[in-house]
Ligand binder design. Structure first.
Ligand SMILES: *Cc1c(COP(=O)(O)O)cnc(C)c1O
Length: 433
């Protein structure tokens, strides 16, 4: 246990001892009045790796000089490009390389994998999910339910916080899975709630769902590249995530998808297919009768956008080099330091309520802070002082005139420093709203 101190010297000492400190210079920071911003928005859009541009220019050059031959020539022909993205994807979510694929985007992948894993019957048609899930997930899930001819009001079971609470209780999630189990076709949870920053016990949720004979899938948009995941060992059926948040792959970058090994050879699973998922050795024979690639790659439909994938290679190299164990270790310290500093400010006068769980195992690289009526002014003041973070109206059960907004601060361990954390807390301390 480190004894944190609220001084710039201490923060700098932590940075000097940080084994991952050198990764910071691998990223490009937006500037504010000629200085690097205090960037705390990696949960929304991760920063650009310095090597992204060269990776993109490399593929532009190959297109220029090879034309269509680029699909087949060179160290990494475009027909094999997705394979270069498997090692880091597998590392980040805890999977075998054959269980992951980079394709499409998050919501599209959610739909595609629900086609395979949401197979409602008259007896078993419900989907259990968290209340307050990211809107895209809510819309996607409701539309799948309707497309199968069911009524979302009946088929979707949301797990909500208890009255006067904002976070979900692990035992409530498991109790609902047990209660609704016989009628449940799919348990579909987020890994880390985008608003509260709460991490769910995915291993326990997967086990509870399977005990009821339900499939289980996870949306890991805010979890991938942030918290430890073991999708293979947990026996999760499928998962999806985006790569532009903690994985720094660029605005609208392609999504990731996981299908557990145990399903790869199951030809009874329906899926929506396209030529890029067809047996690679026979793809260009242009024959009838789809034969899926025996891996998650068999869920691909189209040939992928290489220019959009190129920057991911740069980002993936950094993840493999840093490693999730070291990233998590630093993340626990970095977010713990932010928590310590906010608590320290509150000692003089309680001003900032931390919404995110206090238990480090139940959170990632994010603290959501509930603010009073002065919240928007605080957010604007931070922005004027070079802080990039996120402001939302409070839509939680606890929202009131005293609890108007939520500021989310995400110290990303790959590029944020302890000094960044100290600086943003110091600005908050000095704020006179
Ligand atoms: C960021 C995020 C999305 C965004 O979906 P896209 O299809 O990538 O636009 C969806 N769901 C969750 C939970 C997210 O956090």
């Amino acid at each position: 246990m480190i004894h944190f101190e609220n001084t710039l010297d201490f923060a700098r000492k932590m940075d000097a001892q940080d084994p991952l400190a050198a990764f910071r210079k691998e990223f490009l920071f937006p500037l504010h009045l000629g200085h690097e911003c205090l960037y705390f928005c990696g949960n929304s859009l991760g920063l650009q790796p310095r090597a992204a541009k060269a990776a993109l220019e490399h593929e532009l050059k190959r297109w220029e000089t090879l034309g269509v031959e680029g699909h087949f020539l060179g160290d990494l022909p475009w027909t094999h490009f997705h394979k270069a993205l498997a090692p880091a994807s597998a590392h980040v979510v805890g999977a075998n390389e054959a269980e992951v694929i980079v394709m499409n985007t998050l919501t599209v992948n959610l739909h595609l994998l629900m086609v395979s894993f949401y197979r409602p019957t008259a007896q078993r048609f419900k989907i259990i999910m968290e209340a307050g899930a990211f809107p895209s997930d809510q819309y996607a899930i409701a539309s799948q339910v309707q497309w199968h001819g069911f009524d979302p009001a009946e088929a979707i079971v949301e797990v909500s916080p208890r009255p006067s609470e904002d976070l979900l209780r692990a035992e409530d999630i498991l109790a609902i899975i047990e209660k609704e189990g016989p009628q449940t076709a799919l348990v579909l949870f987020g890994g880390l709630n985008y608003f509260t920053g709460q991490v769910y016990d995915l291993e326990a949720i997967a086990a509870a769902a399977h005990a009821q004979g339900s499939a289980v899938g996870f949306d890991l948009a805010h979890a991938a590249g942030n918290i430890p995941l073991k999708l293979h060992d947990w026996g999760v059926d499928f998962a999806v995530w985006c790569t532009y948040k903690y994985m720094n792959s660029g605005p609208g970058a392609l999504g990731g998808a996981f299908v557990h090994e145990k399903h790869i050879h199951n030809s009874d699973l329906p899926r929506l297919t396209g030529w890029w998922g067809h047996d690679e050795g026979r793809r260009f024979l242009m024959e009838k009768n789809f034969q899926p690639i025996p891996s998650a790659a068999g869920w691909q439909m189209s040939n992928p956008p290489i220019l959009a994938m190129a920057p991911m290679k740069a980002s993936h190299a950094l993840f493999l080099e840093a490693g999730m164990d070291r990233l998590r270790a630093k993340s626990l310290q970095l977010t713990g330091y932010l928590e310590f500093l906010i608590d320290d400010i509150n000692q003089a006068q309680a001003r900032f309520e931390i919404l995110t769980p206090r238990d480090p195992q139940q959170r990632g690289a994010q603290l959501s802070i509930i603010t009073g009526p002065e919240g928007k002014a605080l957010f604007d003041y931070l922005a004027q002082n070079g802080v990039i973070c996120d402001w939302r109206e409070n839509n939680l059960p606890s929202a009131s005139v005293e609890k108007v907004g939520v500021i989310r601060l995400a110290p990303a361990p790959l590029y944020n420093s302890f000094e960044d954390v100290w600086q943003v807390a110091e600005l908050m301390r000095k704020f006179e709203g």
